[in-house]
Every structure is written in structure tokens, then in C-alpha cells.
Design a protein around this ligand. Structure first.
Ligand code: CTP
Length: 397
């Protein structure tokens, strides 16, 4: 699990979004983390500490002057225990207190005593978020090395306010920011990564097409992993999918192989690492009917033509970039993958057999082998797609 054994302090301040921290806590625990919760006095007006104590299976820190059974000062103990502290939600008041060095309630005093990454997730109404002093405090925090998960635009808590900036960032983005904070070194710092993901769709009339079951999960996980490892720019060219937008990733949605070819070519300039995980259709209908094809008695034959081989074409353009291909093989996996690695001028190829348990299309897990141009093979165990993605990028580096 992605947060296995990680020690996370969840700091909650007093805003309406405090109820969302219950879900964040549950998700972190589901993903293997050990979580301890501390709350400002304001937070306790919104959700009772008992809720977080039950969900974290640990007492909640609500008193800056609390002593443990061994007469140790609790907040110092917690600051040393944590690998990361996440303030979620962070109100204007708590942001101000942290930014200006206050240390008189559990959250600010623990943060003062900590030497670990701090992730701040602001949530407030849009007038407060746009307030110049609040913005100045956020800038102060950012400059001091705190990681800010920007709030989103959307419906705000009270219906009279309608839509605006200030809504707590979606849970997936908070989790991504935490994953990044826990990576320690940032080996992709300053790098541009181009990733392709998902299936393509090749229409032969306005309502019908040829495609495959690829969900895009592997490529989306790769983009999240690239952000977590500190990449400066991550461009994700992807086919049709329902997956939510990953944190800090530039998405380029496309439909057909031809669209994907154009988008990949257009975004290739300056790429340091290309990861082509898309399941690109090898064929498309040779002609497209402008009207729906009507049913007639007897057989219907579709004539197909080849699509562009995007990875091969980029391999011809390659100068400094590292190219990583994917291969889905149902037989002779290693041999087939090796020949693709050579033919497409790749540095690495990641191969999987969709018939292996947990490795098929649309699953949340994958079991892959990574082959390099020197002939090395490394087989990874069955892991979540995000863990596979992190392993692949770390191996490349
Ligand atoms: N690929 C591509 N453009 C295509 C087809 C595939 O860029 N038109 C890329 C895939 O994204 C993948 C790699 O090439 O990274 C291998 O894809 P795969 O479908 O396994 O290989 P093919 O060359 O299509 O060979 P085959 O279908 O015969 O196995």
C-alpha cells in the first residue's frame, strides 16, 4: 500500500471543511498510514475529537500543554514522531498563526517544533481567500518551504455564496501532495515528462468505433508519480476516460490515434522522459461514414488501415530524451517486448500480460517486468498502479 507504515499528523483547524478530514483520515488509513490527529480549539466547534480518536484509533491532541503518562510534552513527541504534517483544512486564522510564528495551541506549537515537510490545505470562503493579507501569509508560508495545496473553485459551503475560489482541494490532490512530501529527494526536479495514457477510439460512423478496454489508470498513475518525484512539468496526453484530473498535471485529452500522434508530436519538444503507456489502436477504418451505417441483410466488411506508430515516430526524433514504451503481450512476453524495444529505439520497455491475475485492463493493480536496452530484466511483484509507476520512474533514474 502506498502509505504503508507512514507516520502522518493530521492537523485540523476550525472551518466547515473539517468534516472532510474524516474522509481524508479514513483514506490514509486504508492506504496503510499511521495517523494522529491534532485540533485547534476552533476545529472542535465543527467536529468532536471523539470522531477522530475513533477513526485514528489514537487519542487526539487538543491541548498545547498536555503531558504524556511519562511526563513528556505531547506536542514535542508528536513533532518528532511525524514524517509529514498536513493541515487540512487550514483556515485564514491558522495560516496567519503559522506564518507569523505563533505557538499557543496544538497545531501551531507542534509545527514550530517539527523538522518535517508541512502540507497546508487552505479552505475558506472566496472573500477570505482573496483577502490580500491572507494571500500574503500564504506567500510567506510558500517562501518558507511549506507545501500549499491550492483551494479549488466550486460551490462554497453556504448556498448564498454560490461558486467561488476557496473550496478545499479534492481529496485525491491532498493525497498526491502528501505522497510527494513523503518522497524525500526529488529526482525529477527540473525535468519535463511526457506521458500518454488510455485507449484511442477510431470512429467509422458518427456513433460507432473501434477501441480497446484500456482505462488509462496506469498512465494517470505515472503522471501522479512524476509529480510526486518533483517533475517540473508533466504533460499527460490521454484518450477517452472517466478518471479524475491528477494533481499539477497538464492534461491533453484526445480521441483517435491520429489526434494522439499530433498531440504527442506537439508536446515532445524539451521532453526529458517520454513514457508511452497508451493502448493506441493499430488500425482505423479506412473510411468514415458521415451518417449512421444502416443495418442490411448479410455481412458487413470494414476495411482498415494502419494508424501512425507514435512511439516509433518519436524514436526517429529522439536526441537526449529517455524513451519508455509499454507492451501488453499474451504470449512470449519477454521476446516480444525486446524486439519492440529495439524496433522503437527505446531505453526501457514495461511489459505485462493481461491474463495474469491483477494485471488486466481497468484494474487498480499491475504486475510488470521492466526491460532495458542493455538486456537487464527486472520483475516487479503485484503492486498498485501508483506503486508500479513510482518504481518504474525510480528505476529509470
Ligand atoms: N504504440 C504507439 N503507436 C501505435 C501503437 C503502439 O506509440 N500506433 C506504442 C504503445 O503506446 C506502446 C508500444 O508502442 O508503448 C507498444 O505497443 P503495442 O501495441 O504492444 O505494440 P505494437 O507495435 O502495436 O505491436 P503489436 O500490436 O503487434 O504487439
Amino acid at each position: 500500500m502506498i502509505f504503508d507504515g507512514k507516520k502522518i499528523v493530521l492537523a485540523i483547524s476550525g472551518g466547515i471543511a473539517a468534516y472532510k478530514s474524516c474522509e481524508l483520515l479514513r483514506e490514509l488509513r486504508r492506504k496503510g498510514a499511521n495517523v494522529r490527529v491534532m485540533m485547534t480549539p476552533g476545529a472542535r466547534e465543527f467536529v468532536a475529537p471523539l470522531t477522530f480518536a475513533a477513526l485514528s484509533e489514537h487519542p487526539v491532541l487538543t491541548d498545547a500543554f498536555a503531558l504524556s503518562e511519562n511526563a513528556e510534552i505531547e506536542h514535542i513527541k508528536w513533532a518528532r514522531w511525524a514524517e509529514v504534517i498536513v493541515v487540512c483544512p487550514a483556515t485564514a486564522n491558522t495560516i496567519a498563526r503559522i506564518a507569523h510564528g505563533f505557538a499557543d495551541e496544538p497545531v501551531s506549537v507542534t509545527i514550530r517544533a517539527a523538522r518535517v515537510p508541512i502540507v497546508i490545505c487552505p479552505a475558506m470562503n472566496s472573500a477570505m481567500w482573496e483577502d490580500r493579507l491572507v494571500q500574503r501569509n500564504v506567500t510567506l508560508l510558500r517562501e518558507a518551504g511549506y507545501r500549499i495545496v491550492e483551494p479549488e473553485q466550486g460551490p462554497l459551503a453556504t448556498s448564498s455564496e454560490g461558486e467561488g475560489w476557496g473550496r478545499l482541494a479534492r481529496l485525491e490532490w491532498v493525497l498526491s501532495a502528501l505522497l510527494a512530501a513523503l518522497q524525500g529527494e526529488q529526482p525529477l526536479k527540473g525535468k519535463k515528462i511526457l506521458i500518454t495514457a488510455g485507449r484511442t477510439e477510431e470512429y467509422f460512423d458518427p456513433v460507432r468505433m473501434l477501441t480497446n478496454p484500456s482505462s488509462g489508470k496506469m498512465g494517470f498513475a505515472l503522471s501522479e508519480a512524476a509529480v510526486a518525484l518533483g517533475a517540473e512539468k508533466v504533460v499527460l496526453v490521454h484518450g477517452p476516460t472517466n478518471l479524475p484530473a491528477p494533481y499539477k498535471v497538464q492534461r491533453v485529452p484526445v480521441v483517435s490515434a491520429a489526434d494522439m500522434y499530433k498531440a504527442a508530436m506537439a508536446h515532445y519538444e524539451g521532453t526529458d522522459i517520454l513514457v508511452m503507456s497508451a493502448a493506441v489502436s493499430d488500425y482505423r477504418p479506412a473510411s468514415v461514414s458521415s451518417e449512421k451505417i444502416k443495418k442490411l441483410p448479410g455481412k458487413l466488411t470494414l476495411e482498415l488501415e494502419s494508424t501512425e506508430d507514435i512511439l516509433y515516430a518519436l524514436g526517429q526524433r529522439k536526441t537526449k530524451a529517455i524513451h519508455v514504451g509499454f507492451a501488453v503481450e499474451t504470449f512470449d512476453e519477454i521476446e516480444n517486448a525486446r524486439s519492440k524495444l529495439r524496433r522503437k529505439n527505446l531505453d526501457f520497455i514495461v511489459v505485462n500480460n493481461p491474463r495474469d491475475t491483477g494485471a488486466g485492463f481497468g484494474t487498480d493493480t499491475n504486475q510488470v517486468a521492466i526491460l532495458d536496452a542493455k538486456g537487464n530484466i527486472e520483475k516487479l511483484p503485484l503492486l498498485s498502479k501508483l506503486e508500479v509507476a513510482l518504481q518504474i520512474l525510480k528505476r529509470i533514474l
